[in-house]
Design a binder for this molecule. Structure first.
Ligand SMILES: Nc1ncnc2c1ncn2[C@@H]1O[C@H](COP(=O)(O)OP(=O)(O)O)[C@@H](O)[C@H]1O
Ligand code: SF4
Ligand SMILES: [Mg+2]
Length: 348
């Protein structure tokens, strides 16, 4: 494998869930276009943030790359190996290298198992026998994630939310993964605890060289964690860039709207970014808008936006690696139309 082969390479990744209907015979009458043609790479040890509103396809993407879901189309390569439709046997060695951390630490831990049992579970399933035994390894893992190794025999309900998420992290670490997909790992936690868990993940990324796909619904959480950030809208990546390029030079109107809601992102800038409040709801992924999917909420939409889907490309003014899917990319001095920055209900 050459050093330029990314750890994870996703091309045209698509997941459409069939929609059933009709009477008396139920048949497929449409599809939820949950994920529609994603292209991105994750380098070894890198952290990619995946951000977007609820329902835009983040979890589906996470479940596709961990192969918990079967893709409808596209290709997933892991260390150069095509795993798009790999079967159980071919996946076995890879399964241990790609782990997932879920949003709700409680729902993802078996309440009837001790912490020791939960964390050693993946080692048992994969028949991994660490030196000194599994119990010793579990105690080490508890220590790594900042829990007391003596709590080996306790049950999940005896821990706080933040501690439970640490248990989930320890379980994910048990197989020494190269890639962790963390699906909104701190969204369910108290704000005061969120930073601690993010810091832990960051420390693991640095110390153990684990690559992350870190899923979040706003840009604040991933800002300090991800070297690169992809913004999703209705099943598509609308912008992807190195962190500083994305936060400092957002070119897609949707990225700009998301950023305007991040207070800390504007603290060091003068003048402060105008708050952009998006009007209306996200359209249904069963029948997404033609052309640019963001056009029903975009203050700059034209006929072209309705007829032509903007490709995800390096538009003029972007640094290499900074890709934007918009016919009329934002510039630093673009001012969003004022009547669209207000909530229509508030004006009524
Ligand atoms: N198993 C499923 N069957 C049908 N639709 C699904 C399924 N899973 C997710 N969806 C739909 O796919 C879209 C994307 O969902 P999801 O990936 O969970 O978004 P996010 O994680 O960004 O909130 C949503 O419209 C959701 O309702
Ligand atoms: S392509 Fe058009 S509708 Fe889509 S984000 Fe750009 S300006 Fe807005
Ligand atoms: Mg989700």
């Amino acid at each position: 494998m050459s050093s330029t082969t990314p750890l994870l390479d996703v091309a045209g990744l698509t997941k459409h869930f069939p929609v059933k209907g009709g009477f008396p015979i139920r048949r497929t009458i449409g599809a939820v276009q949950a994920v529609d043609g994603l292209d991105f790479q994750v380098a070894e040890g890198e952290s990619l943030g995946l951000v977007g509103e609820s329902g835009c396809g983040k979890s589906t993407t996470g479940r596709l790359i961990t192969r918990l879901l079967e893709p409808t189309a596209g290709k997933i390569s892991y260390r150069g190996q095509d795993i798009t439709h790999a079967g159980r046997k071919d996946l076995a060695p890879i399964r241990s290298e790609i782990q997932m951390i879920f949003q709700d630490p409680y729902a993802s831990l078996n309440p009837r198992q001790t912490v020791g049992k939960i964390i050693s579970g993946p080692m048992e399933i994969n028949n991994i026998k660490p030196e000194g035994g599994r119990e010793k390894r579990v105690r080490e893992l508890l220590e790594i994630v900042g829990l007391n190794p003596e709590h080996y025999n306790r049950f999940p309900h005896e821990f706080s939310g933040g501690q439970r998420q640490r248990i989930g992290v320890a379980r994910a670490l048990a197989l020494e993964p190269k890639l962790i997909v963390a699906d909104e790992p701190v969204s369910a936690l108290d704000v005061s605890i969120q930073a601690q868990v993010v810091n832990l993940l960051q420390q693991l990324q640095r110390d153990l060289g684990i690559a992350f796909v870190f899923i979040a619904h706003d840009l604040a959480v991933v800002r300090h964690f991800s070297q690169r950030v992809a913004v999703m809208y209705l099943g598509k990546i609308v912008e992807i860039a190195d962190r500083d390029d994305l936060y400092g030079n957002p070119r897609h109107p949707y990225t700009r709207a998301l950023l305007s809601a991040v207070p800390e992102a504007t603290a060091d800038e003068t003048p402060a970014r105008e708050r952009i409040r998006l009007v209306g709801d996200v359209p249904s992924p069963i029948s997404p808008p033609s052309g640019c999917r963001f056009r029903t909420r975009c203050w700059k939409a034209t006929d072209k936006c309705a007829s032509e889907a903007p490709p995800l490309v390096q538009v003029e003014g972007n640094k290499p690696g900074h890709l934007t899917a918009c016919h009329y990319p934002e510039t630093a001095d673009t001012v969003p139309s004022p009547h669209l920055t207000k909530d229509p209900e508030a004006a009524a």
